[in-house]
Design a protein around this ligand. Structure first.
Ligand SMILES: NC(=O)CC[C@H](N)C(=O)O
Length: 228
């Protein structure tokens, strides 16, 4: 499987993402600058964390206009796995690929710690390697992680089982219904504020995030590798 790690001006978790894929999973991965106009050679698209365009206006509000985003939309529409982590999640909501918005943390502070997450939906291509309602430890580091959507959108998210991760022991940012990660209706685009790529090896303090990347590869292999 070949992954693209999109790099915006100001991205800072692209290195972690690249390491998780290349060194922990042993899969192909390349950095793709935000100005590129072709992602057709990639099987999975990863939007990393960081401070793209310095978080000016709103986190992700400018990056969503980068040339590469036209290709990210095409990849999502083609059913390829698209994963947005933290700033990547914010870009995906600004680009309309995921519903809702990430507002300023309720306490208006930058939150940087490891939190307990509940895997409330393990039936997605991103979470099949977890158990239902499994509690995992994943780091967060953000100032605008407070997920919000209107009542109608929340009802749709619940009806379609699109809520994938919730904060378990504490809600660090005020997110509606403790939402920490959601998928689109088709289930191939995931956005989440916690950083699984920063929990890909016990040396980093934990490896609970690795199963997410393994789930993506497992799904891809099941649908793309012929079992001759
Ligand atoms: N780690 C990140 O990706 C941070 C995202 C964004 N800059 C925020 O502070 O909310």
């Amino acid at each position: 499987m070949k992954f693209a790690v999109i790099v915006f001006p100001g991205s800072n978790c692209d290195l972690d993402m690249y390491h998780a894929i290349k060194d922990e999973l042993g899969e192909e991965v390349e950095y793709v600058w935000h100005d590129e106009k072709d992602l057709s050679g990639f099987d999975g698209i990863l939007l990393p964390g960081g401070f793209s365009y310095g978080d000016y206006l709103r986190c992700g509000a400018i990056s969503r206009f980068s040339n590469v985003m036209t290709e990210v939309v095409k990849a999502a529409e083609a059913g390829k796995p698209v994963l947005g982590i933290c700033n990547g999640f914010q870009v995906l909501t600004e680009a309309g690929l995921l519903p809702g918005a990430l507002l300023r943390n309720k306490n208006l502070k930058f939150m940087c710690r490891t939190v307990d997450l509940k895997v409330v939906n393990n039936e997605t291509q991103f979470t099949s390697a977890y158990k239902k309602d499994e509690i995992i430890q994943i780091p967060i580091a953000h100032g605008e992680g407070n997920y919000y959507c209107d009542e109608e959108t929340l009802a749709t998210l619940k009806e379609n089982n699109q809520i994938v991760f919730t904060y378990a022991s504490e809600n660090p940012n005020g997110s509606l219904e403790d939402i920490a990660g959601i998928v689109n209706e088709r289930g191939n685009v995931l956005g989440m504020m916690p950083h699984p790529e920063r929990a890909a090896n016990d040396i980093m303090g934990g490896s609970d995030g690795l199963a997410l990347f393994k789930s993506i590869v497992k799904q891809w292999r099941e649908t793309h590798v012929s079992h001759a």
